[in-house]
Design a protein around this ligand. Sequence first.
Ligand SMILES: [Zn+2]
Length: 297
Amino acid sequence: MEQVTDRIYTETKVRGCNPSFVLTSKGPVVIDTPQLPTKAVAMRKAVEEHGAIQYVINTEHHVDHIFGNYWFKGAGPIIHHQGVHERFMTVFPELDPFEYALEALPTDDPDGAALVPDRETYYANMGTADIVFSGDVTLKVGDRTFNLLHTPGHTPGQVAVYVPEERAVFTGDTIFSECTTWLMTSDVDQWITALDRIRALDIDHVIPGHGPVQTKEYLATQRSFMLEWKAAVAVAVAKGWSREETIARVNFAERYPVDIGQEYMMDYIQERNAAALYDKFTAPTATTYPAKEPPKR
Ligand SMILES: [Zn+2]
């Protein structure tokens, strides 16, 4: 793993999110778990060499941030936002997270298949939270502070983890660093507000959900890219382009590659991003996240 500060380690070079940990005088705190099973097992072992894990924090409910929790069971309390808890490994019409995680194994983690139990066993032991919160929460762990800031937008339960002593923030997918942004299931306006909130922090290190570690300046880059997506689709709607025409013509595939292991998904991401914004801008009433509860597991 890459060392960011004396106390912070992250992994930016395998398929899945950037799982990370922070050392404190009491023991390490894990932020997001690896999607690939062999990486999850290896990370737990590496982290526990620094002492007993104090907490496992999840920044969002997307499968690449939580699937590895199964292999962290018993390694300290798992904590995440109510919005993560409500959607934890939930099957949605467009995505079955368990199936999606398994799809990555033949290409990205062939040895991992043997570590994954059957669906029922997985769901019974998947490592959902011991502690669920709403709003913000602060954890004091030994000589370090973890401010879990509710920064919805990319997902409803999104948190940024601000560690002031390290002048660092873990943003989850509020930042896609130098890789393409998935915004199709997101509230882009809330996301822009989230970036403003993070920008107000006193930080030097930005550990993103995907892609390389950045300095504070990258927050402005991500924010402007969100505005650029919005503007491009708004122009399409204003010019009277159809949904199909908008999807065909508004495309940022040239700007950034897709993060590791998902290169084949570029067209899908671009199309869904454009379609989601088009639908939002042409909806008969303003929309945000659906008010109704997501389907249950
Ligand atoms: Zn995500």
